[in-house]
Design a binder for this molecule. Structure first.
Ligand SMILES: *Cc1c(COP(=O)(O)O)cnc(C)c1O
Length: 422
């Protein structure tokens, strides 16, 4: 009861609570999966509907006459994301998808030469990134078996920065790491890793799919070379909304590895010149026509971050996850749960990994109680209380539900096999 009261007080003092009503929360659910697919907001849907209506009324004219225009949406929405990542407006562009942007950036920055021909990544990264890196190495005539180094994790959850740095030797041309690890939620020290890479003459980039929108970044201060992220997780852009791409302005002169006409110098794009001249901004890394409808929902969703401020989002996110880990320690640890997320604020992102041998069945039991987590094998239940729409009370109710599920053996009534999308 005392914890219910604590939740009530925290909710009362919450400076962001007004944002909850701007989101469509699926019928009486506690939605804790915003790190996989953020919720629809009134703002995102309004701008999506506006774009649809401009398509109806203006057709081709929408490229320049829609408000805001479609033609420059990549640059404009990129600039809107820049404050979230500590970059200048022209260093960020909205384009592609996480995986496509990884390809385009690695194609730009991976320049195997002499002894330096390897890429350093890690065994805990989202597998898509590793598939993409292996294919990039193969495209350059390398052998992924020897040229893709995967840093190992000592505990299966986290990476150790010292060990990563120890692997940055003279055979490494490029380092690619996640900012926040998708399972454990560990946040890596990007400033330190970047400095270490640069001291050794290595280019470094980060996959920020699990951090942007939950964790403020300082790409310019940290001097990161490149980064990319998706916008349908913490940014609530909508399913498959176009991704973000950052190129440090020091590298604007470089030729994009995968060129296309939307990367042409904007003012002359329609000259249709035969020789490619890329925009000297992140915009140069665009390829083709942007998906206007999903860009529109993203643009609406981003207006909420402009209003709330990423620092306030981070502060509440940390308070929510602190509260969750506290309750897990006192009430769930005795029931076989372990918190797999680092405790220090500077070392974690926006979600908490709760581990249990029966993780998959517990997730289903939670869903049966209209609480939406997600599951990552073999035993991680990911819970993301999101600053803009979740409450402390929901966190408390989730912990109570987990307690009841284990105590009653409710999870044992669910099948042990997993679904195609978990
Ligand atoms: C979500 C996620 C992806 C997804 O990539 P898509 O191209 O959007 O499907 C890639 N990498 C990481 C680390 C992710 O968390």
């Amino acid at each position: 009861m005392e914890q219910k009261e604590r939740a009530r007080r925290l909710d009362e003092a919450d400076g962001l609570k007004r944002f909850r009503s701007r989101f469509h929360i699926p019928d009486s659910t506690i939605y804790l999966d915003g790190n996989s697919l953020g919720l629809a907001s009134v703002d995102a849907l309004a701008s999506l509907e506006k774009a649809a209506s401009e398509w109806r009324s203006k057709a081709i004219g929408g490229w320049l006459d829609a408000e805001p225009d479609w033609f420059s949406c990549g640059e404009r929405i990129g600039a809107a994301m820049a404050p979230l990542v500590g970059a200048a407006p022209d260093e960020v562009v909205m384009v592609g998808s996480t995986t496509a942007n990884l390809h385009s950036l690695v194609a730009t920055f991976f320049r195997p030469e002499g002894k330096r021909r390897r890429i350093l990544a890690d065994e805990l990264n989202f597998p898509s990134d590793l598939y993409a890196l292996a294919s990039q190495i193969a495209l350059r005539g390398g052998d992924p078996e020897t040229d893709l180094i995967l840093a190992r994790s000592a505990d299966g959850r986290t990476l150790d920065e010292d060990s990563l740095i120890a692997l940055m030797d003279e055979t490494v041309a490029l380092v690619l790491l996640p900012a926040v690890l998708y399972k454990s939620g560990q946040l890596l020290d990007m400033a330190r890793l970047t400095e270490a890479a640069h001291e050794r003459g290595i280019v470094i980039g980060f996959d920020c799919a699990h951090s942007v929108g939950a964790v403020p970044h300082r790409f310019d201060d940290d001097d990161v070379d490149f980064a990319f992220w998706c916008t349908y997780k913490h940014l609530n852009g909508g399913p498959g909304s176009p991704a973000g791409l950052f190129v440090n302005r020091r590298h604007f002169f470089r030729d994009p590895g995968l060129a296309g006409w939307f990367g042409y110098v904007k003012e002359r794009q329609f000259d249709m010149a035969l020789h490619f001249d890329h925009a000297k901004s992140a915009g140069g890394w665009q390829m083709g026509t942007p998906p206007i409808l999903s860009a529109a929902s993203l643009e609406g969703a981003l207006s909420l971050f402009a209003e709330a401020g990423i620092e306030a989002v981070r502060a509440k996110s940390l308070a929510l996850t602190d509260f969750l880990m506290d309750l897990a320690d006192s009430r769930l640890a005795p029931l076989g749960f372990t918190v797999g997320t680092p405790r220090e604020a500077a070392r974690r992102g926006g979600h908490v990994a709760l581990e249990h041998d029966e993780g998959w069945r517990i997730c289903q039991a939670l869903k049966g109680r209209a609480i939406i987590p997600d599951f990552r094998p073999p035993r991680v239940i990911r819970l993301a209380p999101v600053a803009l729409y979740n409450s402390f009370d929901e966190v408390e109710r989730t912990v109570t539900a987990l307690e009841r599920i284990i105590r009653s053996g409710e999870h044992e009534t669910f099948p042990a096999e997993r679904d195609a999308v978990s």
